[in-house]
Design a protein around this ligand. Structure first.
Ligand SMILES: C[S@@+](CC[C@H](N)C(=O)[O-])C[C@H]1O[C@@H](n2cnc3c(N)ncnc32)[C@H](O)[C@@H]1O
Length: 421
């Protein structure tokens, strides 16, 4: 439905009709989308529909961006559709997956590198001095014998591959076997030990992973566009000139603390940091980069202010974190305007929630941001969240949540918000 400055503040967003066209894809997603687990991944077909919609609205879509690109869902679909892509994510695990996914590979070369890795693995000795042995979290998740094998495998990958593109491919494979090789409860996206689990043997898990990735690679028809994936805080980006025709994105739903938690195995093993919690900083809504609450209150738009004021009466800490989240989103939207060409468009997928009886209307807040930034044509649709494992329930800023026994009301629908400059 069309939303404008006159009706957005009185509109009941949660009664907007579900648009079945945003619910389900027409065909199965390309296998490349499944080469690595990523908890917040959204459905790939959203990108194709967004491109169609922009075209119907007269936009020539050459350049696409995702300002929170995650594991590269939009990246992959964009380059397959022959568009150039710019992606930003603060999490290096996300950008490793996104970079790996947004290219195709010569299968013969994969085979040659894989053979080299296996040979190097056999020849590698365990390096007892390596600092992974001192890392408390690695020792928490892996037995000593698994650490030995994973370290040998990681070393074998690094010494066998001289080509950065193929190095990414194999490191991405290594990253995705860490969970099955650890004590992490298989079915849980949250960090939880399973005392009864028998972890997979690294070399066997790696063989399966490589075979799955080769299959996915063969399924790619052609990649014509080029992807530029940046490990960066989008809020710190400056754009002097517009260069993007279409932004397709879904803002973060979980707090940085949890994102850092969720990807800790990869973060630690790939050497991105020795303390995965450093990744809390800079993440949207994180209190770790929070300015003081009162200065955030001054920046909030009307919708944001209403929600934060109501929340503050119930839970001041939650109010602070939601205030930070909204201020960050306001800044993000102002940067989207700067990157978009004249007539360009953006499409956001975002969910609402409720906390202690307070309706946390993220969609309305976002629409107000878009209106403030001068977008004229804004359409809001609702879609059903079909895959609850890939797109877990969450609250506004917001923690992963289970449906039962929560003070938070959790929704299984989300909004698709399209706005044109
Ligand atoms: C909902 S996920 C996006 C998922 C993505 N659509 C996909 O399909 O993989 C939101 C992403 O925002 C990233 N993020 C959070 N704060 C950020 C920031 N300040 N700058 C850039 N990325 C950020 C998180 O790391 C996360 O990957």
């Amino acid at each position: 439905m069309n939303v404008n400055i006159h009706n957005f503040s009185t509109l009941d967003f949660d009664s907007i009709e579900i648009q079945p066209e945003w619910n389900m894809p027409e065909k199965r997603e390309n296998r490349m989308h499944s080469i690595h687990a990523y908890p917040a991944k959204f459905p790939a077909f959203i990108t194709t529909r967004a491109i169609e919609k922009a075209k119907q609205n007269g936009i020539v879509v050459n350049n696409i961006a995702d300002i929170f690109c995650g594991c590269g869902t939009v990246a992959f679909e964009s380059v397959c559709a022959g568009r150039n892509f710019w992606g930003y994510d603060i999490n290096p695990v996300a950008t490793l997956i996104a970079s790996t996914k947004s290219r195709s590979y010569d299968d013969k070369k994969i085979g040659e590198y894989y053979a080299r890795i296996l040979k190097a693995f056999e020849e590698c000795k365990t390096d007892e001095q390596n600092k992974v042995y001192q890392n408390e979290r690695i020792n928490y998740w892996f037995s000593k014998s698994q650490i030995d094998l994973l370290l040998r495998l990681r070393t074998a990958i690094k010494i066998s591959i001289d080509n950065p593109t193929y190095l990414n491919f194999f490191l991405c494979a290594f990253s995705n076997i860490l969970k099955p090789c650890s004590k992490w409860l298989t079915k849980s996206i949250k960090p939880q030990v399973d005392p009864n689990k028998t972890p997979k043997t690294p070399l066997e898990a790696f063989a399966l992973q490589i075979s799955m990735m080769r299959k996915a690679n063969k399924e790619i028809e052609r990649i014509q566009g080029v992807a530029c994936i940046n490990t960066a805080n989008f809020l710190e980006q400056e754009f002097d000139e517009p260069f993007i025709d279409l932004v397709v994105t879904s803002p973060p739903y979980v707090t940085s603390y949890e994102y850092a938690d969720l990807h800790q195995l990869s973060t630690l093993w790939l050497g991105y940091t020795e303390d995965f919690k450093t990744f809390r900083e800079g993440t949207i809504g994180s209190l770790f980069h929070s300015e003081d609450y009162s200065s955030n209150l001054e920046k909030l738009n009307k919708t944001g202010m209403g929600i934060v004021t109501a929340l503050a009466k119930e839970d001041r800490r939650k109010a602070k974190s939601v205030a930070q989240y909204y201020v960050d989103m306001q800044l993000a939207v102002s940067k989207v305007v700067k990157m978009l060409n004249r007539n360009g468009a953006c499409l956001f997928v975002i969910g609402n929630t409720e906390y202690k009886g307070i309706h946390i209307n993220n969609a309305q807040h976002l629409v107000e941001c878009l209106i403030t930034e001068g977008f004229k044509d804004i359409e809001v649709d609702r879609r059903k969240i079909s895959n609850k494992i890939l797109t877990p329930y969450r609250d506004a800023t917001g923690k992963f949540a289970s449906i039962a026994g929560s003070s938070r009301k959790i929704y299984s629908e989300e909004f698709v918000i399209y706005a044109q400059k």
